[in-house]
Structures are given as structure tokens and as C-alpha cells.
Design a binder for this molecule. Sequence first.
Ligand code: HEC
Ligand code: HEC
Length: 457
Amino acid sequence: MKQRHATLGTLAACLLAALSLSGMTQDGKSTFLGSAEDNAKAMIDQGRHIFRFDTYGDEAYWTGQLQIQQSVKSLTPATALALGLKVDAQALSPSLVNAIKHGQVNLNDPAVTLQLIQQNAVLGVVGTFNNNTLTKVGFTCALCHSTVDDSVGPGIGARIDGLGNRDLNVGAIIATAPNLTPLVNLLSVVHPGITANDVRTVLNSWGPGKFDAELGLDGKVSNPMQMTNGVVTGTGVPGATLMPNARGLAGHNLHTWSGGWGTVTYWNALVAVLELHGIGTFFDERFDDATQFPIAAAAKLGHVSVDPDSDQVTGKLAALHFYQLSLPSIAPRAGIDFDPAAAARGDELFSGKGNCNSCHHEPLWTEPGWNQHTADEMKIDSFEADRSPGHAYRTMNLAGLFVRERGLFMLPQNKGRFYHDGRFQTLLDVVNSYDARFNLGLTDQEKHDLVEYLKSL
Ligand code: HEC
Ligand code: HEC
């Protein structure tokens, strides 16, 4: 005992000496070493602000080139809500919220939309005003990757960062822009003679909750033949994919539906520079492959570089990444969101007869490691897989599935929709398909139990 005390005493003395050497105070704070807790807090605050409000200077594209501020100026709140744009009630004064609740706000007056944008209340839409006149519009990550809890009314409530906006018809919104020449020019690399009207048709084909992040790289507008288990389940299906859930992503290696691109921070840089058209740097030599990425190769999209003083993206990647990974998945409530007894039986099936755990490893719900599978292995068509450098599908996260199955925070007609293109309407459709594709021999009761388990994740 004595011996140990002496050792501990010596250790404490050494530590104190080390602390004073490092300039650290005894409460663990040091400007020299820094504190993980302080850093985490600062990164989360900065990252949240970037995620919600930062346009990375993308006004230069959306306003300077596409002139989308013109269409925003004539957008009534009713149309904005119908297009799936969401309103953050917490950004509004209590009297305005009250007026909305009592139907005293004119939802057919475009001036009201501008007022909402001016108060930073339209998720993902950032306006610049000069004497109350809208001069510029830019978009942020929150446009597609957040929604509201509908506490004031449909589409109006408190922000929920990270849940995909399954109501947002972003294609229809872009299609309203007066000048689509930049898109026409890009797409004419693979579709010579394409017109602005053709581009509008493509954009309008996506529908709510979907966006085509690869269109500007490969020019593929639709999946000629959607196949599931060797059967044609659709032809000419728009190439857009569903806005994925971006909560509960920490620990996942590859991201997006098709994986193979890289990590969250890889994709963040790609989106900020190539999709939002923010002013920044993006590098990926794989885009020089003109067979897979004819547009990206021609336009050198893998070599976008701006000087450090004008770069409005690179310096934000660390905090943005940190914030995204800190967003927890939404926890289902036993007895409300799922039936606990059935879910307990489903748990056994998930790692047993259903063999789901062989890919969706509990509790990460994807593989620790290289988390993707070929289309052949999944017994579905390879259209979307082949648009990614990994030529595969990523084992998707399953946490928070109940939100979509129940249709929480979205219009009833947009609920459900699973797999990258939403080919399965409900979780039971997903389970039925696995049963058929992998000859699982599940009984109706077992399928039901498995669905309840999926809703409990
Ligand atoms: C116009 C809608 C839209 C905007 C704006 C948008 N995203 Fe996305 N995001 C998507 C879609 C659709 C996908 C799925 C892409 C795919 O798999 O092909 C996606 C996927 C992701 C993923 C992968 C999530 C996962 O694990 O599956 C991350 C991370 C992400 N986006 C980050 C961002 C960031 C950061 C921004 C802002 C710089 C942003 N996104 C802006 C639509 C959008
Ligand atoms: C061979 C690996 C593998 C196995 C086995 C597997 N999955 Fe999947 N799972 C995937 C991949 C890959 C995706 C993404 C497919 C896509 O989007 O096209 C996916 C997607 C899903 C989705 C949709 C997620 C979303 O956000 O839309 C659900 C639900 C799901 N799997 C449940 C299950 C269940 C239940 C089982 C067992 C019966 C199972 N999976 C077995 C690899 C697998």
C-alpha cells in the first residue's frame, strides 16, 4: 500500500511538472494543447451554422448565372410549401407564428415569402436584400438535409437538421430558373443539341425528396431498366436518388447510396463545390475517366481549384464534418413507433433466419470496413452503382427507419420509399423482396416481426 502511495505521489508530481511545462492549468485547459471538450463544442457550433446558413458563395451560380432570384421573387408561400420548402417557426416572431396559426397570413402573397427568407426562416434558402429588395439567392446544405417538426402547421415548425426533406421538389425549383444555359452546356457534352426545355423536363421528372447528384458528372438522366431479382420493375426511371437520412452516420466508412466515393467529408467537398457551386477547391483524379464521367472529365470537375484567399469551402470542412457526425439518429419510442414484443422476435430473425446482420451489423447497421456490395450480390440492377467509382451499393444505415415508414415530418404521399430510388414503398415490401431474392423462407408472422424490429432501430 505504502509503496503504491509513494508511486502515485511521484506520478502526481511529474504530472504537475508536465502541466506547468505545457502551460496547462490544473483544470485541464491549455492554449498550447487545447481541450477536446472545448474544441468539440466550438466545432459543433461552427458546423451547425455552416450546415444551416452557409452558401459558400454559391450565389455567384444560382443568382449570377441561373437568375433564380427572379423566380423566388414571385413565389407565394403556398407554392413554396407545395414545393416542399420548410419554414423554421423559431426564426419568426411569436406574433407572426400566432398569425400563421390563426390563418391570418396571406399565403398567396409573394411578399410574405420574401419576408420569411429575410428572417432566415426558409430552410436552406439564403437571401441578400438591399432596402428590402431581394438581390441574391443562395442555397445551403439544409435545403435538402433538414426538415421541420410541423409543430405550427404542415411544413412549419422547429428545425430538424440531418433528416432528408422527403417533400422537397428540388428539381421543380431549379426548373423555374430563367437561365438554364450552364446546365445545357454541361449536358450537351453527352446530349448534343439538348435544349433548356429538355433540361426542365429532366428536372421535373425527379419529384419530391429526390435529387440527381451524378447528372452533372455523367449526364445519365434515367435508368433504362430497373431490375429486382431478375424481373424488370421499371423502365426509364429518373436517375435521381432519395435524400438520405444523414443522422447517425458516425462510424460509417463509405457514404451515399452507392458508396465508393469516399467518406462524409469527401462528399461534403464534392457537394459544396460541384453541386451547390460554392467557391472552393475540389480534387478527384478519378473524374478524368471520360468513359464513366464524360461531363466531369471534359469540364475537369476533378480539378477545381481557387486560391486560398477566395476559397469559401475548404476552411469549413472540418467543422461541418464534425457537426454532421455528431447528429444522433432519432430514437423510436416503444409502443408508439413499434411493437416491442414483435420487435424482440424480429431481433432474433435479423441475425438468424433473415441473415440481415451479415451486412447490416448491429449496432452500426453497416459493415465495419469496406461497406458496399455489388449489384449482382444484391440481385438488383447496377444503374446507380455504376455511376459511382466503387460500382456498388453501400450497405445503408438502418437507424431511424421508422421516421419514413410512419411518414413523420413529411406529407403522407411522400412517406416510405426505401432503397436508393425508392423502389420499395414500405418496409414490408423491402422484407418481402429480401425473402424472394435470398430464398429466406420467412412466414408472414416472421416478416411482420422483422418489420417491427426495423422500426425499433
Ligand atoms: C439539392 C439537394 C441536396 C443538397 C443541397 C445537398 N445534398 Fe447532400 N445529398 C443529397 C442527395 C440526393 C444525396 C444522396 C446522393 C447519392 O447517394 O447519390 C446526398 C448525400 C449526402 C451525404 C451522404 C449521406 C449518407 O451517408 O448517405 C452527405 C454526407 C451529404 N449529402 C452532405 C451534404 C452537404 C455537406 C451539403 C452542403 C454542402 C449537401 N449535402 C447538400 C442531396 C443534397
Ligand atoms: C448483402 C448485404 C445485405 C444484406 C444481406 C441485407 N442488406 Fe439491406 N441493404 C444492403 C444494401 C447494399 C442496401 C442499399 C441498397 C440500395 O439502396 O439500392 C440495403 C438497404 C436496406 C434497406 C433500405 C434502407 C433505406 O434507407 O432505404 C433496408 C430497410 C434493409 N436494407 C433491410 C435489410 C433487411 C431486413 C435484411 C435482411 C432480411 C437486409 N437488409 C439484408 C445490403 C444488405
